[in-house]
Design a protein around this ligand. Structure first.
Ligand SMILES: [Zn+2]
Length: 151
């Protein structure tokens, strides 16, 4: 999964490759799915052609609950690309999936799906906090973001 250069006022967008394309297609339907080996059943991320455990090339995409916990986070500060600098300091979190604790997805914690990257009070960032996935469309792509569970 890579990103592409963007105009100065745009956030970077994912550029799906052949292995990762289904992740984005499911995201566009509001589903968080992770690639699994169709032979041994183990989940893997990032997507790739071959299972690192049994070397099978057969795979499927399993729907996740969309729940997880903040495993770690950072608050980027300038120098950043202009579109990011405008929202800094914001947060980037690593989410440990409840369904697959060995898989961690990078994303942003926001107050609603379409809220700005800096919408969460930094005092609410806490390792271990429960989160759930939401989806927003940006630049023609649907991307996952994360919201805190109500406690
Ligand atoms: Zn396997």
């Amino acid at each position: 999964m890579t990103t592409t250069p963007a105009a100065a006022d745009e956030l970077l967008l994912p550029v799906p490759d052949e292995d990762g394309a289904p992740f984005w297609e499911y995201a566009a339907r509001g589903e968080l799915r992770v690639q699994a080996c169709a032979a041994c059943g183990r989940l893997r991320f990032p997507p790739r052609p071959c299972c690192p455990h049994c070397r099978s090339f057969d795979s499927e995409w399993r729907r996740m609950s969309g729940r997880g916990r903040i495993w770690s986070y950072v608050r980027p500060h300038p120098p950043l690309l202009p579109a990011y600098a405008a929202q800094a300091p914001y947060n980037v979190i690593l989410v440990e999936l409840a369904d697959a604790p060995h898989i961690r997805l990078a994303g942003n914690l926001v107050t609603s799906a379409d809220a700005p990257l800096d919408s969460v009070d930094p005092a609410r960032l806490r390792i271990g906090a429960r989160v759930h996935v939401v989806f927003t469309e940006t630049g023609g792509m649907t991307v996952p973001r994360w919201m805190l569970e109500k406690s």
